[in-house]
Design a protein. Structure first.
Ligand SMILES: Cc1ncc(C[n+]2csc(CCOP(=O)(O)OP(=O)(O)O)c2C)c(N)n1
Ligand SMILES: [Mg+2]
Lengths: 345, 326
């Protein structure tokens, strides 16, 4: 046990990072191009959601703006449809990366009958797709972390090489569920990756008031590696995630990844972030926006400006078409309000 | 048919289900090496291994949450809480997570977990080894709450609960664990969820109860025979959602009702049944609905004080006499 903790501490010390100016391999360029398109799609869908909210067509809007690189690159390291993915209300970009359709995201935003996640019963951005092994999430912070440990436990019992991942925020690490999930996963060496998207805020509360120590250091207390990565650098995220996933699949147990991201807009459409974030802080967050940064990087790697511009307009059109499709769906029937309270055998 | 105690009956149910279905697992504190603090899981670890009979850390959120996640990923977990008094940290996982999964996934995901815990007083366990907490869970749509009254009931209901696609909260009265032996069928005898059972036929008054209340009602019914009062005992078995038809049938026959449970009276299961009778069967009632329940208090350790709080058969007799005299 002592040895495990020591190893964890050592891994903690190595902060994975890549140098934006460094040369990229052909494989890396092609990965980054794919991710860029998914990140663009997530951004376009997100922006449209907020417009729909402002138009009064939807009540509650959340955002993944600023988290896209961390989500897309980490999800890319999973085997979609094989690994279990426990998302949270900010995980829209991760959901798109593993195969959730933007039409369905909008159906849930608009609370449509054909919303496949919840039939309009649950708030937007609460994804649920059985085929993708993406179980329905609640709105409670951190309650899904023990579920990810449980899916890891199931993999052990069933003898499958499935990995499960839980996505959550920095504030979630204050909760008892975080502690108990990592306790279980650490003791039983369960194949789980705990992926924390640290945007420095829990609504308005700064991370210093949620966690007394840097989040990645917490891994050591549970006998697992804790790694901090620049969450706006998709390749750094991908490498850290690949290492954690490989380790889990190998049977060597769980990992904690802390991806430092930025929240570019308010917590939700019910929040006014100018009350608690200064213009300087907001500008600093904008400066770390992962999308323009990746765009510069792709340009630097020789991807043509024209190609980037084409993707950008294609993705915009794709998101708008998805919204139109979703808007054409019927509303749920009020008579179905109590449907599915109990599952049928 | 073997003569088993309730502990042995639950043990046999678990053993049979784990043998039948490799997806059935048990997790909880001390369930492995020790076989549970009441011996409910004795012998299971030797037979099924430490992963399927998992000694969990003292982490009730984790026990419930891990069971839920395992169920989502294909297992049929039975999560044991050492005492119902210590299930409270898991309330969020059970009520906010397990109970809502089917509903908020449009029926796509199911959460087949059984949350088991020993409940009840009368064993001088004080405030934290005596609680009856079923009413908390009875307020939650999506949950099924079962409280078996005896060994054969416990076995048949638990086996059914393990196979049910919904989360089930299952409370076993620790005072009933070794009180009696009865014939318990081996193998595939499953008892239905959501259906009450007539424990004893009677004509004059319905004692509507569950769990250890059935035991008190039997004693009371035997005592009242001498007075010529014929008591019908209805064992609810599933307290949520409870069997309205069976309650209605019995009360339409006897026209008098007394509800008996060990849990506190205020906002208890009995309050809901009394309200149901008032709303739906007012015309059938010849007397006000009575309730025998704990006196809205924590359970004290001192014997005389514990007796002053927790109901007993004599109180049931007295309450039935009052109902009959109305
Ligand atoms: C248990 C619980 N308490 C409070 C809330 C209300 N709430 C929603 S999001 C949030 C902040 C979460 O912050 P963090 O975990 O850092 O995630 P972020 O939103 O920053 O990605 C709070 C307090 C909740 N959803 N669940
Ligand atoms: Mg945060």
């Amino acid at each position: 046990m002592a040895a495990t903790v020591e190893a964890a501490t050592v891994e903690t010390a190595t902060m994975a990072a890549t140098n934006d100016a460094g040369p990229l391999s052909g494989e890396e360029i092609s990965l980054l191009q794919g991710w860029y398109r998914t990140m663009l799609l997530a951004r376009a869908v997100d922006e449209l959601m907020w417009i729909v909210g402002a138009q009064g067509k939807a009540h509650f809007i959340l955002t993944s703006r600023g988290h896209e690189a961390a989500q897309v690159a980490s999800a890319a390291a999973l085997r979609a449809g094989h690994d279990y993915i426990f998302t949270y209300y900010r995980s829209m970009a991760a959901a798109l990366q593993v195969g959730v359709a933007p039409e369905d995201v909008f159906r849930s935003v608009l609370a449509k009958r054909d919303d496949p996640f919840a039939g309009g019963r649950q708030l937007p951005n609460h994804f649920s797709v059985r085929r993708l092994r993406l179980p329905a999430g609640s709105s409670s912070v951190a309650t899904h972390l023990p579920h990810a440990a449980g899916a890891g436990y199931a993999a052990r019992v069933l003898g499958e090489d499935t990995v499960s991942v839980a996505y959550f925020g920095d504030g979630a690490t204050a909760k008892g569920d975080f502690h108990e999930a990592l306790t279980f996963a650490g003791i039983w060496k369960l194949p789980v990756v705990f992926f924390c998207e640290n945007n420095g805020l829990a609504i308005s509360v700064p991370v210093e008031l949620e966690s007394p120590a840097p989040i990645h250091l917490k891994g050591a207390g549970y006998g697992m590696p804790g790694v901090r990565v620049d969450g706006c650098d998709p390749l750094a995220v991908y490498r850290a995630m690949q290492e954690a996933v490989t380790r889990a699949r190998r049977g060597d147990g769980p990992s904690l990844i802390e991806a430092e991201v930025v929240r570019l807009v308010a917590h939700s459409n019910a929040d006014d972030q100018t009350v608690y974030r200064t213009p300087d802080e907001l500008a600093a967050a904008q400066a770390r926006d992962p999308l323009p940064r990746l765009r510069r990087r792709l340009l630097g790697a020789g991807v043509a400006e024209a190609a980037l511009a084409t993707w950008e307009s294609e993705v915009r059109a794709r998101a708008e078409a998805a919204l139109s499709t979703a808007e054409a769906s019927p509303d749920p029937d009020a008579a179905d309000a109590r449907k599915y309270l109990y599952a049928e055998a | 048919m073997p003569q088993l105690t309730l502990v042995e009956a639950v043990n046999l149910a678990l053993k049979e289900e784990m043998t039948r279905d490799p997806r059935v697992v048990v997790l909880g504190q001390d369930v492995g090496r020790k076989g549970g603090v009441f011996g409910v899981t004795r012998g299971l670890r030797r037979e099924f291994g430490e992963l399927r009979v998992l000694d969990a850390p003292i982490a009730e959120i984790g026990i419930a949450g891990v069971a839920i996640g395992a169920a989502l990923a294909g297992l049929r977990p039975v999560a044991e809480f050492q005492f119902a008094d210590y299930i409270h940290p898991a309330f969020d996982q059970i009520a906010n997570e397990a109970a809502t999964i089917s509903y908020r996934s449009n029926g796509v995901w199911q959460c087949p977990v059984v949350f088991r815990a020993p409940c009840g007083a009368g064993v001088h366990g004080g405030l934290y080894h005596s609680q009856s907490v079923e009413a908390y869970y009875g307020h939650v749509p999506g949950l099924t709450v079962i409280v078996p009254s005896g060994p054969a009931e416990a076995k048949g209901l638990l086996k059914r609960a393990i196979r049910d696609p919904n989360p089930v909260v299952f409370f076993e009265h620790k005072g009933s664990y070794r009180r009696e032996r009865e014939e318990v069928p081996e193998g595939e005898t499953l008892l239905p969820i959501g259906q009450a059972r007539i424990d004893r036929q009677g004509d004059d008054v319905s004692a509507i109860t569950y769990g250890i209340g059935v035991h008190w009602a039997r004693q009371a019914a035997a005592a009242l025979e001498a007075d010529g009062v014929s008591v019908e005992i209805l064992d609810l078995r599933t307290v949520h959602p409870f069997d309205r038809e069976a309650v209605a049938r019995s009360v339409q026959k006897t026209n008098r009702a007394l509800i008996v449970h060990e849990a506190n009276k205020t906002l208890g299961v009995g309050a809901e049944i009394a309200a149901f009778l008032a709303e739906e069967l007012f015309d059938s009632l010849d007397a006000p609905v009575g309730r025998v329940a704990a006196r809205d208090c924590h359970v004290p350790y001192a014997e005389a004080q514990e007796r002053a709080i927790i109901p007993n058969a004599a109180q049931v007799v007295e309450a039935i006499r009052r109902t009959m005299a109305y």
